[in-house]
Design a protein around this ligand. Structure first.
Ligand code: NAD
Ligand code: LMR
Length: 338
């Protein structure tokens, strides 16, 4: 008798073939670090996304359990699990989008940069796999410190000769999600009606909300501006402290990652006018990487928007952000070039 696993693989294959023959739309998505605090709810949300036809779940632990669990959801995507380095290449082959939440999270008292020692090496290994097995995939990089891991990924891809800056996107969506929530609270609006651009990077003062550009148009007192800027910049730390040693944001992050991945997939499909903030290779400032609004299309980040008019408070914030970002970017680049 065939095992459950063989039966499921057989029917998965039939479903995947059916889709291929019928030409049904759908993209192949891999999550690396899929058994983690972010990875699990993200796997759930991606399994619910109708644009996903195949979902690969890779981790160095517990991937089979998470895969068995998520695969029972009666949504369209075919789910396959991959455990450990020997299965990384199979996990990545043929993927259109790779989302990376692999790596250690912060504990109280740590900065994101304190994660560099462990996460830099993890990101390097995973990106070497991407360069080899799916060099044309869009990459959504979540692992911290994002301000350094994105430059690390770029250097790995350059070394492999596969680098396309349009396809490497650092995920800063959680900063936008938080900004929308906190601003809506102050304005007494539904957060779904609010759009706050957040530029710069993803750590402390490098997170720069542009409150002068909030939609719908509104104005804030100096006190409100300071309160909102601090809360948005320290949103991650707020969660790390509340979790008291049990990790950092996972659920709001999975939501933000799923929202960003969906925007990337709609862009890949050819939808017009998909614009989100992301940390990308950029000429918006003198720094080689910077987060700002980008237009997502069939080839990734097809257009990177200028920051637009800033007020004095934001101009001061921008200078602070650039100073810290420069060091974090350099640290990532040197890790690979050294
Ligand atoms: P977690 O520890 O719960 O999960 C991480 C997962 O990565 C684990 O399952 C672990 O087994 C896996 N992993 C470790 N090494 C791996 C490797 N070499 N290959 C594949 N998987 C590997 O952590 P988490 O809470 O899910 O956070 C993950 C990362 O995301 C952290 O670095 C965290 O700081 C970052 N993060 C970023 C943002 C953002 O806005 N960009 C937000 C929240 C968290
Ligand atoms: C966040 O913003 O929640 C993440 O970057 C995790 C962290 O360490 O704060």
């Amino acid at each position: 008798h065939p095992s459950n696993f063989q039966m499921e693989e057989g029917s998965n294959l039939r479903r995947a073939n059916c889709r291929a023959k019928g030409g049904a739309p759908g993209f192949k998505v891999a999550i690396l670090g899929a058994a983690g605090g972010i990875g699990q709810p993200l796997a759930l949300l991606m399994k619910m996304n109708p644009l996903v036809s195949v979902l690969h779940l890779y981790d160095v632990v517990n991937a089979p359990g998470v895969t068995a669990d998520v695969s029972h959801m009666d949504t369209g995507a075919v789910v396959r699990g991959f455990l450990g380095q020997p299965q990384l290449e199979s996990a990545l082959t043929g993927m259109d989008l790779v989302v990376i939440p692999a790596g250690v999270p912060r504990k109280p008292g740590m900065t994101r940069d304190d994660l560099f020692k462990i996460n830099a090496g993890i990101v390097r290994t995973l990106c070497e796999g991407i360069a080899k097995c799916c060099p044309n995939a869009i990459v959504n990089l979540i692992s911290n410190p994002v301000n350094s891991t994105v430059p690390i990924a770029a250097e790995v891809f350059k070394k492999a000769g596969t680098y396309d800056p349009k396809r490497l996107l650092g995920v800063t969506m959680l900063d936008v999600v938080r900004a929308n929530t906190f601003v809506a609270e102050v304005l007494g609006l539904d957060p779904r009606e609010v759009d706050v651009p957040v530029v710069g990077g993803h750590a402390g003062v490098t997170i720069l909300p542009l409150l002068s550009q909030v939609k719908p148009p509104c104005s804030f007192t100096t006190e409100e501006t300071e309160y909102l800027t601090n809360r948005i910049q320290n949103g991650g730390t707020e969660v790390v402290e509340a979790k008291a040693g049990a990790g950092s944001a996972t659920l709001s992050m999975a939501y933000a990652a799923a929202k960003f991945a969906d925007a990337c997939l709609r862009g890949l499909r050819g939808d017009a006018g998909i614009v989100e903030c992301s940390f990308v290779a950029s000429q918006v400032t003198e720094l080689p990487f910077f987060a700002s609004k980008v237009r997502l299309g069939r080839t990734g980040a097809e257009e990177i928007y200028q920051l637009g008019p800033l007020n004095e408070y934001e101009r001061v914030g921008l200078e602070k952000a650039k100073k810290e970002l420069e060091g974090s970017i350099q640290k990532g680049v040197s890790f690979i070039r050294k």
